[in-house]
Write a protein that binds this ligand. Structure first.
Ligand SMILES: [Zn+2]
Length: 440
C-alpha cells in the first residue's frame, strides 16, 4: 500500500505543473505543453478526476436549487515585479501605473464593461462578476500597495526549469492572494502560464489525495513583462500583437479552471472540448485577427475567435461566455486555494465596473438554506415583511410560523413534508413576491 501511495504522489508532482502553451510558432501561454489538457493525470482542471468532480458539483447545485446569486467575487492580487536592477518604471521594473493598468484591464474584461475593449454584445457573453484588486495588506497585515519589487540580479528565467527559482524570490500565501509574477521568460516562445485549480478535497476513492497537498508555493500566474498590462508602444519586444494585457486575462482564466476553447485538439475529429457548451468546438486555435466568420466544427456556427481562451491577438478578444463564467465561479467557491481567496479581507475599494445603470429596485431575497433546513427571507432594504404564506402544489395553505426579526424572516422547513412548495410574501409597500422552493 505504501508503495502505491508513493507512486501516486510522484505521478501527481510530475503531472500537476498546470500550464498551457501555444504552438511553437505562436508565442502564447504554456499550459497545454505541460498540463496536457484532457489527458492530464492527477487532480487539476482538464483531468478526468477534475472533470468528474466539477460536473458532479454542477449537478448537485442544480438538484439542490443552490442559486449562484451573482455576487461579486473580488480576488486580492499581489504582483511580484522581478527585475534586474533597473530603476522603477524602466524595463522589467514596471511602474505602479503599468501594474494598475493590468488590474484595470482584468476588471474591464471580466465584467464586459461598456465603453472598454472588454465589451461584447454576443448573446453568450457574460459579466463573470469576478473582479480583481491589488492587495492593501501583506500577509502580516501591514499596509501594502500589492506590488513587490525584487532585484533578482538576473535578466530572465528559463521556461519551467527555473519556475521554482523565480517564484522563490517572492510569493505570498496562495490561499489568500492570487500571486502574479512579472518577469522575462527566456526564449521568446512562451509569454505566460498559470497553475490550474485542483479538486477541493478527498474526492475519488480510487485516487486518494496525497498529503500534504503539493504545489502550494508555485500556485499563481507568470507573465512576461513585455505583455504585462497596457504596454506602451515599442516596449512589447517581439510580442507586438499581445500588448493589451489579455495574456493575463487568458492565464487567470486557466487559474480559475478554464481550458483552451479548442480543447487542445488538432482536428475536428478529435472532438476536443473545453467542457463549456457555449464555446463552439474548433479544430485548433485561431491566431492573428481573422476577419469574417471562420468556421467552427459545427456546421453553420462560426468560431468564437474573440474568446479570451483562444490565441487571437489581444486587440481581437472580448468574450467570456456564460458557461465559462459558471465554471470559474464553481472553482472559486470550491477549490483549494481558490475558495479561501474570497475570505481575504481586501478593502480594495474596488468599484463595481458594471456600466452605470439606474440603481436596481431593492428586492426581496429568498434563500433556501438546505443544510439548516430553513428558508431565509430578507426584506427589500427599504421595507419590512408583512405577510408570508406557503402553499402546497395542490394550493392548500400550510402554516409555517415564521420567526421574524426586523428585515429578516426564517421559516423552519423541518416541519414540512418533503416536496415542492410555493411561497407568497407581501411587503410593507404592498409588493407581492411569489417563488417556488423545495423541502429536501
Ligand atoms: Zn492558455
Amino acid at each position: 500500500m505504501k508503495k502505491l501511495y508513493t507512486r501516486l504522489f510522484i505521478l501527481f508532482l510530475v503531472a500537476i505543473p498546470v500550464w498551457k502553451s501555444a504552438a511553437q510558432t505562436h508565442p502564447h501561454c504554456a499550459n497545454p505543453d505541460v498540463y496536457k489538457g484532457k489527458n492530464a493525470a492527477g487532480y487539476s482542471a482538464g483531468s478526468k478526476v477534475f472533470e468528474e468532480w466539477i460536473s458532479k458539483v454542477e449537478q448537485n447545485e442544480n438538484a439542490k436549487a443552490v442559486q449562484d446569486n451573482d455576487e461579486i467575487y473580488t480576488i486580492p492580487v499581489v504582483v511580484h515585479v522581478l527585475h534586474n536592477g533597473e530603476a522603477e518604471g524602466i524595463g522589467k521594473n514596471l511602474s505602479n501605473a503599468r501594474v494598475q493598468s493590468q488590474i484595470d484591464i482584468l476588471n474591464n474584461d471580466y465584467s464586459r464593461a461598456t465603453g472598454t475593449p472588454g465589451f461584447n454584445s454576443h448573446p453568450a457573453g457574460a459579466d463573470t462578476r469576478i473582479r480583481f484588486c491589488l492587495a492593501t495588506k501583506d500577509p502580516s497585515g501591514n499596509p501594502s500597495n500589492g506590488i513587490v519589487r525584487v532585484n533578482t540580479n538576473r535578466d530572465g528565467f528559463e521556461f519551467l526549469s527555473e519556475n521554482t527559482l523565480l517564484k522563490g524570490f517572492s510569493f505570498w500565501d496562495p490561499a489568500k492572494y492570487l500571486n502574479i509574477w512579472s518577469c522575462q521568460i527566456n526564449g521568446n516562445l512562451y509569454i505566460g502560464y498559470a497553475q490550474y485549480p485542483i479538486i477541493p478535497t478527498f474526492w475519488s476513492d480510487s485516487l486518494p489525495m496525497p498529503q500534504p497537498i503539493p504545489d502550494v508555493q508555485p500556485d499563481g500566474v507568470v507573465i512576461d513583462y513585455r505583455v504585462f498590462g497596457d504596454v506602451p508602444p515599442g516596449e512589447s519586444g517581439p510580442f507586438t500583437s499581445y500588448n493589451k494585457g489579455r495574456t493575463t486575462t487568458h492565464e487567470i482564466g486557466h487559474y480559475l479552471g478554464l481550458l483552451h476553447i479548442w480543447g487542445d485538439g488538432s482536428a475536428c475529429a478529435d472532438n476536443a472540448t473545453d467542457y463549456c457548451e457555449d464555446t463552439p468546438p474548433q479544430a485548433t486555435y485561431t491566431s492573428g485577427c481573422p476577419t469574417g466568420t471562420p468556421a467552427s466544427c459545427t456546421p453553420g456556427v462560426p468560431k468564437m475567435k474573440e474568446n479570451y481562451l483562444d490565441y487571437t491577438n489581444d486587440a481581437c478578444m472580448n468574450i467570456f461566455t456564460k458557461e465559462q463564467k459558471k465554471r470559474m465561479r464553481i472553482v472559486l467557491r470550491n477549490c483549494i486555494r481558490r475558495n479561501t481567496l474570497l475570505q481575504t479581507p481586501t478593502s480594495c475599494g474596488i468599484a463595481d465596473t458594471q456600466p452605470i445603470q439606474p440603481e436596481p429596485e431593492p428586492k426581496l431575497v429568498i434563500r433556501n438554506d438546505v443544510e439548516k433546513q430553513q428558508l431565509v427571507l430578507v426584506a427589500p432594504s427599504d421595507q419590512t415583511i408583512q405577510k408570508i404564506q406557503v402553499f402546497s402544489m395542490s394550493g392548500q395553505e400550510i402554516p409555517v410560523f415564521p420567526e421574524t426579526e426586523a428585515v429578516q424572516s426564517l421559516i423552519n422547513l423541518q416541519r414540512l413534508a418533503r416536496g415542492i412548495y410555493n411561497i407568497r410574501v407581501v411587503t410593507s409597500k404592498g409588493q407581492t413576491y411569489r417563488e417556488r422552493f423545495a423541502r429536501w
